[in-house]
Design a protein around this ligand. Structure first.
Ligand code: ZN
Ligand code: ZN
Length: 359
């Protein structure tokens, strides 16, 4: 276990060096959260779920079943399997108090008895999930914090070793964007970041239903991550996600993503975005009907304050020490028969205050 962890740290350091040099890195598309018939409330076998993502050109998938470990070695892959498609072992550790946590790249089952230690607070339940995930050599992603509006920043902030959470989740019941009485998950993110937490935002499907496609169903293809990695292996992809070398998306695809010398530079890949938004599976976020259409890039700092914005598909921003973090959000607004709807890409924050992972 220790050897594997040392190897992971060494790999991360080596990868950081390689990013600045000559090794070719690629972008990989993946979904960290999906369900199968094994949980009892989803409708498709692990093999058919894997096939759906394989056939839609994804590069990786986590079959993250509730309190069950689906060993990828036991999942039969499609006959025509591409070389650039893998399964990453995982589980959705599903506890009381609505705490659900994806255990990413684990060696085996994270004990379901971690669901809810007797009398535990929300913080303690999430902490137990993180520790259980660490014991299986994985990394934890806190899922859908606005499911029943269960988790506030004060529940999440004290959790040690938690550096990933679901900023966007494609399930129709998870309240990504809040309501009149509740904050959006993105506002929650800024609250945590402003308070000094090192936490990156993931986008996932949480797909349960593959047989019938409708807005009311929990369908695949709505949220995913684009990960920059030198290799398509479970360890390499997981390490890249853990160190924040990815962006979250509900449809917008980036062509250039560069952070160097404290300068964030990005450009939307408009053609790739058009392709994604032509998919019948993406779901827009409904906004005011008079919203201006097209791209909007915002650079956002502490308190969720927009520091600079541009009605453009490319922009750059120099991060100074006057802000402890800056992150970029890219929105695309289109008009459809449903009204005006937004799609997003969320880059990970750049920190200036030296905050570090707990381990
Ligand atoms: Zn869940
Ligand atoms: Zn789930």
């Amino acid at each position: 276990m220790v050897v594997k962890r040392i190897f992971k740290v060494a790999l991360t350091l080596a990868t950081s060096l390689l990013f600045s040099g000559c090794t070719k890195v690629e972008w990989y598309k993946g979904n960290t959260h999906s369900h199968t018939v094994l949980c009892g409330h989803a409708d498709t076998s692990p093999e058919e779920v894997a096939k759906w993502y394989h056939n839609k050109e994804y590069n990786f998938l986590v079959l993250s079943e509730h309190n069950q470990f689906i060993d990828p070695r036991n999942v039969e892959m499609p006959e025509n399997r591409r070389d650039d498609f893998i399964l990453i072992p995982g589980e959705e550790v599903t506890g009381g108090l609505m705490a659900h946590t994806t255990a990413l790249n684990i060696d085996g089952l994270v004990d379901p008895r971690l669901q809810q230690p007797p009398g535990a607070s929300k913080t303690q339940v999430i902490q137990a999930h993180v520790h259980g995930t660490e014991q299986q050599n994985g990394h934890a992603i806190l899922n859908h914090p606005n499911f029943h509006y269960m988790h506030t920043a004060s529940d999440i902030r004290p959790v040690e070793g938690l550096h990933l959470f679901e900023l966007y989740n494609g399930h129709p019941a998870v309240n990504n964007f809040g309501d009149d009485d509740h904050k959006s998950v993105e506002e929650l993110w800024d609250e945590l970041l402003t308070d000094g937490m090192l936490i990156y935002g993931v986008s996932s499907d949480d797909a349960h239903h593959f047989q019938e496609m409708s807005l009311e169903r929990s369908n695949p293809g709505r949220g995913w991550v684009m990960v920059r990695s030198e290799e398509l292996t479970p360890d390499s992809i997981t390490d890249a996600i853990y160190r924040g070398d990815f962006y979250a998306t509900s449809g917008v695809i980036l062509g250039k993503v560069d952070v160097s010398n404290q300068r964030i530079s990005l450009r939307v890949d408009e053609r790739a975005t058009e392709r994604e938004l032509a998919s019948p599976f993406v779901v827009g976020h409904k906004v005011n009907d008079d919203a201006e259409t097209g791209y909007l890039i915002e650079f956002i700092g502490p308190g969720g304050k927009v520091l600079e914005s541009s009605r453009s598909s490319q922009a750059s921003y120099s991060v100074t020490n006057s802000h402890s973090y800056v992150r970029a959000k890219i929105s695309f607004t289109r008009r459809s028969q449903l009204g005006s709807e937004n799609f997003y890409a969320w880059m990970q924050p750049v920190f200036t205050d030296g905050r570090k992972h707990d381990r």
